[in-house]
Write a protein that binds this ligand. Sequence first.
Ligand code: FCB
Length: 462
Amino acid sequence: MILKVFFYAIVLYLLVIVYCHLKYPELRWNWENISTDKILFPSTFIWGTATAAHQVEGNCVNNWSEFEKGSKDDGQPNIKDNQQSGIACDHWNRYPEDIKLIKELGVSHYRFSVEWSKIQPAQDTFNQDALDHYSRMIDVLLENDITPVLTLHHFTHPLWFDKLGAFEKEENISIFISFCEKVFHEYSHKVEYWCTINEPAVVATQGYFSGMFPPGKKDSQLSAEVLKNLLDAHVQVYHSLKKMENGPKIKIGLVKNINQFEPWRRWHILDWIMSKAVNHFFNSSTIDYLRTGIFKIRIPGLAWIYHENPNAVHSMDYFGLNYYSHNHLKFQLSLKEPFSMEFRDEDIMTDMPYTIYGEGLYRAIQSVSALDVPIMITENGIADAEDSRRELYIKRYLYAVSKAIKDGYDVIGYFYWSLMDNFEWAFGYDMKFGLFSVDFETQERSLRDGSKAYICIVKNEN
Ligand code: FCB
């Protein structure tokens, strides 16, 4: 009898593993047989580059600048080596010269974010100077034939909003909506593309699960609730802006980072369970919510939430896809850290704990195409201080985008992250994502050699 049960258990185990293995393949292309030298795009394709206010502007006083001063329970600083964003790239003052750099790239679009804490320094005060500042910046972009793409929330918010509990509380969503309406009222006559919230799942998981982002909490149930509130905030912003003047003709999207979590050992059921659970939390809960109006995370012992919002369906004119890489998870017997992240010897690493995996961008496009709206790649890029892998990265990832278009996916644009080196959140200034390097002593910007591959593809001179 015991032998029989054991036998059936083994058979079942094998069937599940074979099923998972076949159903969820890890796409790998043979890059040796692929030519990435001549990659073609439709003439209407949107080319751009991206930044975010806190990372480039300087002198921000918000939840991040506060977090930069602190440390974790174990005494480690929140930001690598205690770095602080400070004046960053001084983009606040140097944007006219930075717009010349954007021109140099040959791209037609610039994605940036407005800093909420500068525009609304207190709950009942809008700062006209800050509003005028962004208005001028938008004008200079337009004078230079660069189309602005404006992000309303890119990881930061004012301290007063933080004190109210930020997106931990559903009732605070309306405060964010008022801010968005104000900004939309100011610029909707001259900004055609809007992004509501940048990477809700990153805000929720890094801020409330890993504790790497502010507020540095480690509470998985709260993390799921924050994710739900951020997504609801997106939905409400979308519908309220659409009702405003210019709303119907303006394009509004959510920006979501896709990062595939894969089992490290494809024959190990616990690696599969781990990676499925993390994928569900990070990726599919959001996609399913936008597709069906139902947000649910049901992971026993971690997070349990069910929420319906029919307005979530049709809450985007386009999907903003950020993609960098995938991760392999290996189950380990620890309640505190139930998995580790693993890398293969043959993986080409970037300076971040990410590998170069162009196929993943193709897969990400496939998975978000279920939403049936045009896809804009709102971020993709490499941290590469030595500039030894940037060209390879650009060519592989853009090959993946061109293949997706050829295969019928509706990808309308691509924004390289980032225009220039900047404050890379918990990693501080160590990560060099810029097409242009920045000397933070002199604020001098210089085009990196590896970035020329991007310019060639944009200008169709590759
Ligand atoms: C994304 C963020 C962006 C930048 C890149 C490297 O998750 O949206 O601000 O930090 O990662």
